[in-house]
Design a protein around this ligand. Sequence first.
Ligand code: PLP
Length: 722
Amino acid sequence: MESYHAEIPLKFNLPRRLGRLGKFVYNLWWTWTPESQRIFLRIDGSLWEAVYHNPVRFLNQVSPARLEEMTHDRYFLDFYDKVVRHFDEYMNARNTWFDHTYPKHRHSLVAYFSSEFGLHETLPIYAGGLGVLSGDHLKGASDLGLPMVAVGFMYTQGYFSQKISEDGWQEARNVRLKFEDLPVMQVLDESGKPLTIMVELAGRGVHARIWQIQVGRIPLYLLDSNVENNTPADRELTARLYSSDLDLRISQEIILGVGGVRALRTLGYSPSKWHMNEGHSAFMALERAREMVIGGQKFDNAVKSIQHTNTFTTHTPVPAGNDEFPLWLIDKYFSNFWPELAMNRDQFLDLARVRQAWGGEAFSMPVLALRLSEHHNAVSELHGQVARRMWHHLWPDLPEEKVPIDYITNGVHTDTWLARRLQGLYDRYLGSDWREHLDNPALWHSKIEDIPDEEFWSIRRHLKRKLVGYIGERARQQWIHSGIHPVQVIASGVMLDPYALTIGFARRFATYKRAGLVLSDLDRLLEMINRPNRPVQIIFAGKAHPADEPGKLLIQEVYRKVKKAENGGRLVFLEDYDMNLARYLVQGVDVWLNTPRRPNEASGTSGQKAAMNGVLNFSVLDGWWREGYNGRNGWAIGTDQEFTDLAEQDKADANSLYNTLENEIIPLYYHQRTADNLPGEWIARVKESIRTLSWRFSMNRMIKEYTRRMYFPELELPGADK
Ligand SMILES: *Cc1c(COP(=O)(O)O)cnc(C)c1O
């Protein structure tokens, strides 16, 4: 192990009284504590918006006179001191859930590998749901005191930002991130040079430096090949997420898996458990095997101990979505590697050899991950069934239902996604320590009823007004700065009504998610949404992967319908869906729509974010919603049924969608107002939704399940608190 330190790249010019802010912003704890964000808001609210909630840029640009002024504001200083004290208590806590559940295992360590992490909008190193889940996983692990270290990529260009042309075509813009402007630290060796690791890629040594993001108590190390001693092409290897160029992709996955293990070793970590979040990082298991074989163990024994300490989570119910490499690429990149495992080519390829639909052979990352881990899970109950069917051929002697792939349904990190005002409301009515019991159904069952409808509804109204105001301001800025056509300004939502029933549909535009389903019978929809006394509006947002032509065509199809004058500005498409826009939407709309073609949605998480904010789900019974829906806490589209004919399935689902919208959702929202002008039955349904879903689809519930069942099953303690 070398000696190293993580360096904060910038020195801010801060008054001494506020000096701690310079370090404080380099721990992402501020991303999930609204009170921390209020520090910046109070100092200079418009600058906080202008720097897109990036505290590093904020401290760089804020006026010194304004900071000086704040040092004389006693109320501000009290507030600031309280937040800093709260942060210190959080970081030093010795009474976390993990501490008291596993008192003897504080020195255990879980290494968590993922190709993307969605932590905050200022760090665009995520593409979508998988990344946001990884980010929430780290935040939840930090809250619960689970000892964890994480590994990923610092993409030098991040994920693209999206523009929509007048004709509805998605344009991708890539910008080079300025790491020194981000809450990211560089890991340096004792002489102050970047600490690097090296992997061999087809005979050449490729170096990667290491960045650190501190996520509460959890360090996240991110690899980046943009270092001087690499060739120009190698410096670009980690530039972007999910290239469709397989040579580039396998290079990235070797850097993540093999390089990730080397980075942890260089930094002095010896994790006791290892988690591969999706197959992209599965080469990690091979590097661990290589370490053991070089250390004198036989490969078979090494595999046993690796399996025993490895967890693999699959997220992909669609066979085409699984990562596979042609064998010639494996030859190119691993022919120097298998001798180090004391293996020949065939033995090595057999670790993950699959036959492809057209008869060829490939090397499958999920198969490698399944073979080299003892604990594997899918991310919802139905996805578990699909995964067992999909991978049955790896366990040909077992009946399908005995295939050892379990499920742990995804959850979301409450403090990241719950509106600040609702956090305050829950503080008042659930007890100030409700976060400690977040995943305990009893808390929610007994206390939600105590919240007065009026108080609750006034917060819901506020959140919708805030969403509509934000959308209007974005449209105004586009109108001023982007030279867009007036019709695009309307399509960006300037005519939204803060009092109309508002439906949100925001997610990646992959065709199986069927963004067009709700628009499939446009005449019927327009008739419904344009009734003057019961207007309905639908807000769409989402990116398609830049190489996904059908996804981009789908955006275009939706956008062309959104632009039509007949919808009266009530259909809207918002550009550049990211975590910031996601927060506004899941907090601000009334109904969260999801229309995947069952059973392709492994879990889905955006509906979970919506539910905790008092938004009702209206979704296909797929992924998490199939488990969450109880008949009274939202609405189902279609039934729990399998189809073989896709066109028939789409037609049945569209019919079900329109009928429920027309006959149940719209009338419930508008008709059943009580004397005090509150939609009493709607609110009752919302409370049922919060009561039944908030705890169950929380990150705390999920992390505890991973800890007990995947990471430390051997430590299961009788009588440990649930
Ligand atoms: C939560 C989230 C997702 C995942 O949502 P799904 O329901 O899985 O589609 C994707 N992107 C962003 C920005 C999110 O916040």
